[in-house]
Design a protein around this ligand. Structure first.
Ligand code: NAD
Ligand code: TYD
Length: 340
């Protein structure tokens, strides 16, 4: 284990999104001396409501800006000690409809950040996904840090490209980087076009839940707070140049998740609507997190039996948050995706 580091000022990209905003809450609560600058373009997925409690706090500053714009990125990089890079187009279904913006933000945006980090010699932590490794079949061993890249959607291809660039900056320029590849997150502030928040909010509204194909695809669910803790240990104790796989140890078929939520919300299986499958739908993802467990002492603490009720409770208590998100442009997306 390397010596623990400390960073006074963190540049967080994409901090108004789901995982980024959870991470900002986590860091500002845990480290009273730390400051956070949140650079976010506020796309459809960015929501300043997520961070309302920090407005006016001198340790937190929001800057509206695009990571592809060096004039926005450069000065912020110069004033911060470390960048934690969450900003991305993050939804596979949207990448199937319109891949261009995924390349622009996820690849070119990452390149701009890397160039700025190189200029000012800053520590760079890159947030990536298990989807870069492709798809598993039932019985295959979970992905680990040695698994060859095999991205299969425009989203995962763009994230894989970004990962390669980050690694290239380490090998070519000696930039002090780390990368984490995590499995599917869930929890508070999850944008309701992803499976769990879509299902919970549709059920709360008395609507059906669209299940793609046979619903037997498997995801490895990671409670978002566990993910924040993993990033925290990598930032402070991770070895420069290394990649860490982060999983929830909670593999479930999609239909299991949907049926569980139906039970928790006292609905019945007439709420399930099987719809056309996603093109190129990856069958199964699963992560072997033994490297981060062995080297940095992290393991997931919240299993689905605890995390799902916490998540449902959060959505029950924050109806105005998700109703706000589900109005306007969201409706247009929903109609395009599900034909209603
Ligand atoms: P999200 O879609 O909820 O949030 C993304 C944020 O990035 C938004 O606030 C958005 O406004 C911002 N953004 C988008 N384009 C931008 C740009 N050009 N410039 C500045 N800001 C921009 O995403 P998330 O679910 O919080 O995911 C965060 C990161 O974690 C992403 O890099 C994603 O690939 C990765 N990841 C997510 C999951 C998951 O389950 N959600 C799993 C694995 C990896
Ligand atoms: P999603 O939350 O979009 O995450 P990812 O595609 O990154 O894994 O989807 C999780 C799983 O749920 C995936 O197998 C697709 C499936 N899914 C549905 O069956 N219905 C839905 O309405 C959505 C959004 C996803």
């Amino acid at each position: 284990m390397t010596k623990e580091k400390s960073f006074m000022k963190l540049l967080i990209t994409g901090g108004a999104g789901f995982i980024g905003s959870n991470f900002i809450h986590y860091i500002l609560k845990k480290y009273p001396d730390y400051q956070v600058v949140n650079l976010d373009a506020l796309t459809y997925a960015g929501n300043l409501e997520n961070l309302k409690v920090w407005e006016g706090d001198e340790r937190y500053r929001f800057v509206k800006g695009d990571i592809t714009d060096m004039t926005a990125v450069g000065p912020l990089m110069e004033e911060c000690d470390v960048v934690v890079h969450f900003a991305a187009e993050s939804h596979v279904d949207r990448s199937i409809m319109d891949p261009g913006v995924f390349i622009e933000t996820n690849v070119r945006g990452t390149l701009v950040l890397l160039e700025a980090a190189r200029k000012y010699d800053k520590r760079f932590h890159h947030i990536s996904t298990d989807e870069v490794f492709g798809a598993l079949e039932p019985g295959d061993k979970p992905f680990n840090e040695e698994t060859p890249y095999d991205p299969r959607s425009p989203y995962s291809a763009s994230k894989a490209s970004a990962d390669h660039l980050v690694r290239a900056y380490f090998h070519t320029y000696g930039l002090p980087i780390t990368i984490s590849n995590c499995s599917n997150n869930y929890g508070p502030y999850h944008f309701p076009e992803k499976l769990i928040p879509l299902a919970v909010t549709n059920l709360l509204e008395g609507k059906k839940v669209p299940v793609y194909g046979d619903g037997l695809q498997v995801r490895d669910w990671l409670f978002v707070e566990d993910h924040c803790k993993a990033i925290d240990v990598i930032l402070h104790q991770g070895k420069i140049g290394e990649t860490y796989c982060i999983g929830g140890g909670s593999e479930r078929e999609n239909i299991w998740i949907v049926k569980k939520l139906i039970e928790m919300l006292s609905k019945d299986e007439s709420s399930i609507e099987y719809v056309e499958d996603r093109p190129g739908h990856d069958r199964r993802y699963a992560m072997n997190y033994s490297k981060i467990e062995r080297e940095l002492g992290w393991r997931p603490e919240t299993n689905l039996e605890v995390g799902l009720p916490k998540t449902v409770e959060w959505f029950r208590e924050n109806e105005s948050w998700w109703k706000g998100v589900k109005s306007g442009d969201y409706q247009k997306y929903y109609e395009k995706q599900y034909g209603k």
